[in-house]
Design a protein around this ligand. Structure first.
Ligand code: ADP
Ligand code: MG
Length: 453
């Protein structure tokens, strides 16, 4: 292990208080004022000093002390790389219509129709469109089976610099209209200080099954964690890493915190451990005899606080439901599951959505926003006060939207406070603009919480 104290490693950037850094080396400290740490530990900056190479920091156990800046790196958010040239699943004929006028080197990439799982590069050359199959195999892509790339962005970059066997180099991307796709680069997790070594992680037991794979209880640095394991490496990896990338930019006491990702053959997402599991199962298994009014208003407020934070960041969750709220040993509720989350107020191409939780404008026109999250929050409140019942009991799934549009609304659950039911009804306004913001809802809930015993 090389020590980073030579002159070439002068620390340049100044870190403000609250900045999180990750240790790249073990630091033993030589003085009682020092804060010893191990590689991978996360330290929060408490104070800078006159010496730009020394900071005062706090570790995860609340201990404070001095440490050299050259032993750590700043934790960085991982962002999606824009892929404006990626048009998703469109047919060859559509691609040829889109690529007009046919200037040499105008290109787009689409999902292959003939070879599911592969992609196609469509590029203009001498007024014609040439289509190249991009073979996707084991997280690698190639056109000529000689040069391989980790992702489409790298492939595009390569052929922008050099035709390398194609009819022309790629000159101009035809941008996709509307919501375009983004991709995650694995290296960015490394550069951002989010990578956990598999040997530092101990898996204890299976605790749940998710869409992408199994969830385990684990031990990392003497702390219980949840480990979400990606089962089918190939196509799901991007979606899985997108969830992780969204989480790198979020920090709030009511959001399930990302601790890191394990890369390699099996990608794993490591988050804080929430010992009491998800809210629906918690409500169903404890019921009215255990769960008090106070617990319900606490869960409602916790969830709303997290949603207000997302709203302030213009992040839309899109899958808010009691099954995606987790409870820890201290009975704090936290929002999880950012698998569908996206930035901005946008529309997007169709997908599978949880019909009973999704706002009508989102289901019909794919208009997702913080206001459609508010609709879902109303459903979540109903779940919470009905102790985990499935919403719209007795209405077949296919008929829900029709009933709702005609004005049908669920009744208040038995014993539900009037203010809470009023909030549900406001959240279920057909006009998104007439629904409250999470900020407004939070103020109401805090008020109600202060008078609930
Ligand atoms: P997916 O959204 O892919 O279906 P989830 O993230 O909802 O997967 O995880 C599935 C289940 O695993 C949850 O319902 C919960 O019971 C359990 N689980 C997930 N994350 C945690 C965690 N951080 N702590 C404790 N249990 C968890
Ligand atoms: Mg889930």
């Amino acid at each position: 292990m090389t020590m980073p104290m030579d002159q070439n490693h002068q620390h340049q950037e100044k870190w403000s208080n609250g900045t999180q850094v990750v240790a790249n080396y073990n630091f033993e400290g030589s003085n009682p004022d020092d804060l010893p740490f191990k590689k991978g530990d996360v330290i929060t900056i408490v104070q800078s000093t006159r010496d730009p190479n020394w900071y005062k920091g706090q570790n995860e156990h609340g201990q404070e002390g001095m440490f050299p800046a050259t032993y750590v790196q700043k934790r960085r958010e991982v962002h999606l790389q824009a892929m404006p040239w990626y048009h998703g699943k469109i047919e060859r004929k559509t691609a040829e219509e889109l690529l007009n006028p046919r200037e040499d080197g105008l290109f787009l990439i689409r999902e292959s129709v003939n070879y599911p799982g592969d992609y196609t590069l469509s590029v203009c050359h001498q007024r014609k469109v040439e289509h190249y199959r991009i073979i996707y195999h084991k997280n690698q892509m190639t056109i000529d089976e000689e040069t391989y790339f980790d992702n489409l962005s790298q492939l595009v970059e390569h052929y922008q610099n050099d035709a390398d066997g194609l009819c022309t180099k790629l000159i101009r991307a035809l941008p996709k209209k509307g919501d375009s796709f983004g991709a995650v680069r694995i290296q960015d997790f490394e550069a951002g200080g989010w990578v956990i070594q598999k040997k530092d992680l101990q898996e204890i037991e299976l605790i749940g099954r998710g869409e992408f794979g199994d969830v385990y209880k684990g031990l990392y640095k003497n702390q219980f964690v949840a480990v979400k394991q990606l089962k089918d490496q190939d196509r799901a990896a991007q979606a899985f890493l997108k969830e992780a990338s969204v989480m790198t930019s979020l920090r709030h006491p009511n959001l399930v915190q990302l601790i890191g990702v394990v890369l390699g053959d099996t990608i794993r997402l490591v988050t804080e451990f929430m010992g009491k599991g998800n809210l629906v199962e918690y409500l169903r298994s404890r019921g009215r005899s255990v769960i008090q009014k106070k617990d319900q208003i606490d869960f409602a407020t916790d969830t709303c606080a997290a949603m207000e934070y997302l709203e302030s960041k213009k992040l839309v969750h899109r899958d808010l439901a009691a099954r995606n709220i987790l409870i820890n040993e201290n009975n704090t509720a936290k929002v999880s599951d950012f698998g569908l989350a996206k930035y901005g107020d946008y529309s997007t191409e169709g997908g599978k959505f949880p019909i009973k939780w999704t706002a009508p404008e989102a289901l019909k026109n794919n208009k997702f926003s913080n206001k459609s999250d508010m609709w879902s929050y109303g459903i979540l409140l109903w779940e919470l006060y009905s102790f985990g019942r499935v919403p719209y009991p007795r209405i077949p799934l296919a008929d829900v939207v029709m009933h709702v549009e005609k004005g049908y609304r669920m009744e208040a659950p038995e014993g539900c406070p009037k203010q809470i039911y009023n909030l549900m009804l406001k959240a279920w306004n057909l006009n998104p603009a007439d629904r409250p913001t999470f900020k407004e809802a939070l103020a109401e809930l805090q008020n109600l919480r202060s008078t609930t015993v």
